[in-house]
Write a protein that binds this ligand. Structure first.
Ligand code: SAH
Length: 338
């Protein structure tokens, strides 16, 4: 019989698999897995030996290893190239802030979205990760306060696992992380935004916008052809109405493409009246042909948005100088293997 990956099971599903087990035993197993990071059933020392054996016959715990690791002295970010279940490579990034640690995790091995500036897109799509594989990327780090789904992959292209992950990571018997400390980032899969809205989660939804018009957006993000801006913005308005949560728009400034005064004005107009916040990000030269906007012009761009009452912050690029931004480690590994 094929073993079941236990970390992806909800508390309720686990009880259903083990109907004869008293509830306190299921609680103990859940806590070992989700709070105490047990790597094997053998380690669950308050369980009877026979039960530990039965569990190991029925289930398996996904394995994660750090294949490579980069540390940035300046901003104290740590980037990991993780190998999951001896099968796929993904990236995660640990960011140390005064108010707590943030981990950026991957949701797919590769990606199908094909954004022109993104290194993950370059190395193609391998497979979806399971919710348990999301969790492993969080659990191997100590003291995580915030989680962002901004590593390799498109979280809404793997929505079932993403929702399961939110349920498990916020479970009171597990890590008990607040929904408010989780950010889910999407390139703009409109039907899934509507579906997510129905769940009325308190997570932050981030939209990778990167352009104020479809004309520009289409040149860098193929999704713009499937779901043009009017459709996307309407979905965002619906999402904000349903959840009462402020949306974040990610806007990577690419010199000469989307960073002029005119673009800033168009952007403010596009997002007018929407409960949102804009994050300006310097584009990381993961792929050739894109260069970043000088600091002064970035500040000017931000000032125009502010004038128009659109809340904006300029995000410093974390990890850029250690080859650590956006899919670059994974791309390198895949090149090496081919
Ligand atoms: N697929 C999701 C989440 C993963 S990408 C999404 O598109 O939102 C995480 C963020 O990094 C996105 O905003 C993405 O557009 C951005 N990104 C990708 N490559 C980048 C690059 N070279 N420079 C700056 N940001 C980049």
């Amino acid at each position: 019989m094929k073993k079941i990956e236990v970390l992806s099971l909800t508390h309720e599903e686990m009880s259903n698999f083990l109907p004869d087990l008293p509830k306190y035993r299921t609680d103990q197993i859940f806590e070992w897995l989700h709070r105490r990071n047990a790597a094997t059933f053998e380690k669950m020392e308050n369980l009877p030996k026979t039960l530990r054996y039965e569990l190991s016959e029925m289930f398996f715990i996904p394995k994660i290893s750090v294949e490579e690791q980069w540390f940035n002295q300046n901003d104290k970010t740590e980037k990991y190239l993780n190998k999951i279940n001896n099968d796929v490579f993904v990236e995660s990034v640990l960011m140390r802030y005064k108010h707590g640690n943030t981990i950026c995790i991957s949701t797919q091995a590769g990606c199908r979205m094909g954004c022109k500036f993104c290194a993950t897109a370059e190395s193609g799509f391998h497979r979806n990760l399971t919710a348990g594989e999301y969790l492993m990327q969080v659990y191997h780090n100590p003291d995580i306060k915030n989680i962002v789904l901004m590593g390799c992959g498109e979280p809404l292209d793997n929505l079932a696992a993403t929702l399961r992950f939110v349920e498990l990571i916020t479970h009171p018997k597990g890590k008990n992380i607040s929904q408010r400390n989780i950010t889910i980032s999407t390139c703009g899969l409109v039907p899934q935004i509507y579906e997510l809205a129905e769940h009325k989660l308190q997570i932050t939804l981030a939209i990778s916008l990167h352009a104020p018009t479809d004309e520009i957006r289409e040149t860098i993000m193929p999704i713009a052809k499937t779901h043009p801006l009017p459709e996307l913005i309407q979905a965002c308005r619906h999402y904000a109405d349903k959840t009462n949560r402020r949306l974040t728009f990610e806007y990577a400034l690419i010199h000469g493409l989307n960073d002029s005064v005119q673009h800033a004005k168009l952007l403010a107009k596009l997002l007018k009246g929407l409960l949102c916040h804009i994050n300006l990000i310097p584009i990381n030269k993961a792929r050739s042909g894109f260069s970043h906007t000088p600091r002064r012009e970035t500040e000017k761009f931000a000032a125009i948005l502010q004038e128009k009452n659109t809340p904006v912050t300029i995000r410093r690029s974390l990890g850029g100088d250690i080859n650590a931004a956006c899919g670059q480690l994974r791309a390198r590994q895949i090149l090496r293997n081919n």
